[in-house]
Structure formats: structure tokens, C-alpha cells
Design a protein around this ligand. Structure first.
Ligand SMILES: *Cc1c(COP(=O)(O)O)cnc(C)c1O
Length: 262
């Protein structure tokens, strides 16, 4: 995998018994670097999708082109790459990756412990023989029948959703949050049209004038109800509307206002 794609979840590559080999560095990668790392022990190239991870790695298109030259499969980690719904088939059908993996518990809103792998039949069969009911690698991470049925239902519901209406609804909430929060002098507020995984889900960015993001988070955690936010360890906090139930959008800026320093 590209060094710029290293994420906390990649330890699972080792759990499966593979050795993790990195290509390039945190700033850039070149095609000759990828080619130089491919050898007879290379089982796959693991590619983390997302605009937020794009700049230090080769493009997925280029990666697939090089992988094909050496007959090495490309596995795309697309856990948080929904929306858009079209990504369910884009990585594999359109771009030619061998497998794409999606989280069942993120935008799909299925069981939190579930995930979806799509792609080349022979590789899916390889996953299948490692999963329950067989007592192999996947047994320790067994998906229950209830979870499988839950994820299947979640996928069917997700495909049927009016994604444009979702966008409009989130958009309205985000605009209203900007309006409520905009006059706080402890921070600068703006609307972002992409979420933390680079996907088209609008949210509000709150940039604090002092590096007190962790203090604000600690305050939010002591309020009732607690509002969970995405943040960095310095000045940035983001609030997102996509997992809220109707009516909850009022609670978010109310709690944020209480937690901001002034
Ligand atoms: C969330 C995420 C995962 C883990 O997915 P889960 O379904 O939560 O286990 C893996 N990779 C990336 C890039 C993620 O964003």
C-alpha cells in the first residue's frame, strides 16, 4: 500500500497473515516505486480510496494499470466512500479494481459490525471459504445471520433512497447551523461540501481562534445530550447532519454554543 494511505485500520492486513509493504512516502509516490516493490510474494495492492488521501499516492487508475501488468489484484478500501451511491460499482465495474470493501455501519446504516465486499467472483469465493460456516480465518469475525440479513436490507434501502433529497435536507440543516453559529467571536465558521472522507456530504467547519478544540470536545462530552463531532487536536471541529433523526438538528448548535469559549 502507499505510505500516504496508511490508516489505523491497516493492522488488519497483518492480522490476516500478510506482510505490509509500503510504497512512496507521506508526500509523493512514483510509478517506478510501485513497480519496484512488486515481486512473486505480492498478494495484492491495498488502495485506500478518498480525495482526502489522494495526493501522496498514485491515482487508482494508474495503480490498476500497473497492477494489471503484473497480474496483482487491487483491493480498494472504500469503507467511507458512500455517498455517492455509484461508488458501489464505480471502483470495480468502471475502474477495474478487483475488490472494493464498504463499511456496513457508515452511510449504509446497516449493522455496525458488518461490511460489504464486491468484485471479482474468484476472490469473493476466496473470502467465502474463509468465513463461517468454515472454521478458518474469518471465524473469529463471524457475521451472524441477523447481521447478514440486516446488511442486505440496509443495501436495498440505500439503493432505493432519494439521494438528491438527502443532499437537499442536509444542505438546509448545514445552512441553518452556519446562520446560528456565525456570530460567535471565538471562531470562524464556514460550510464544507465534503465530509472527512472526502465524500459529498455537507457539514459545518468551526475553526477556533485559539488551539482549544480538545477543551471544547471535553465540554461537549459533559453536556446532556452529548454531541459527537469530528475534530483535530488543535483548532478544528466539524459538525455533520447526515446521521441525525428529524428534530435533532436543533440540539446540535445549542450544545455547540454552550461549549464554545466565548
Ligand atoms: C471506517 C473505515 C474502516 C473501518 O470500517 P468499519 O466498517 O468501521 O470496520 C476502514 N477503512 C477506512 C478508510 C475507514 O474509513
Amino acid at each position: 500500500m502507499f505510505a500516504g494511505h496508511r490508516i489505523p485500520y491497516d493492522s488488519n492486513i497483518r492480522v490476516a497473515g500478510s506482510e505490509l509493504v509500503t510504497v512512496g512516502d507521506a508526500i509523493q509516490s512514483f510509478d517506478y516505486q510501485l513497480e519496484a516493490k512488486i515481486n512473486e510474494f505480492t498478494s495484492a495492492i491495498f488502495f485506500c480510496a478518498g480525495a482526502h488521501l489522494a495526493s501522496p499516492a498514485l491515482s487508482l487508475e494508474k495503480t490498476i494499470e500497473i497492477a494489471a501488468k503484473y497480474s496483482v489484484p487491487v483491493i480498494v478500501d472504500a469503507a467511507a466512500q458512500l455517498p455517492p451511491v455509484s461508488n458501489l460499482w464505480r471502483f470495480t465495474h468502471e475502474l477495474g479494481a478487483d475488490l472494493a470493501i464498504f463499511s456496513g455501519g457508515k452511510a449504509l446504516r446497516g449493522p455496525q459490525s458488518s461490511g460489504l465486499v464486491v468484485g471479482r467472483k474468484a476472490l469473493i469465493e476466496g473470502i467465502r471459504v474463509n468465513a463461517a460456516p468454515y472454521p478458518r480465518l474469518g471465524r473469529g469475525f463471524k457475521a451472524s445471520k441477523e447481521e447478514i440479513a440486516g446488511l442486505l436490507t440496509a443495501i436495498e434501502l440505500y439503493l432505493k433512497r432519494d439521494h438528491e433529497a438527502d443532499w437537499q435536507r442536509w444542505s438546509k440543516v448545514v445552512d441553518s447551523w452556519v446562520e446560528v453559529l456565525t456570530n460567535k467571536s471565538s471562531c470562524v465558521i464556514w460550510r464544507d461540501d465534503v465530509n472527512e472522507a472526502g465524500q459529498p456530504t455537507p457539514r459545518v467547519a468551526i475553526q477556533l481562534k485559539e488551539p482549544t478544540a480538545l477543551d471544547v470536545i471535553a465540554k461537549l462530552q459533559r453536556l446532556d445530550p452529548i454531541v459527537e463531532v469530528v475534530h483535530d487536536s488543535r483548532r478544528m471541529i466539524w459538525i455533520s447532519p447526515d446521521s441525525l433523526q428529524p428534530g435533532e438538528e436543533e440540539v446540535v448548535p445549542t450544545q455547540i454554543l454552550k461549549a464554545l469559549p466565548y
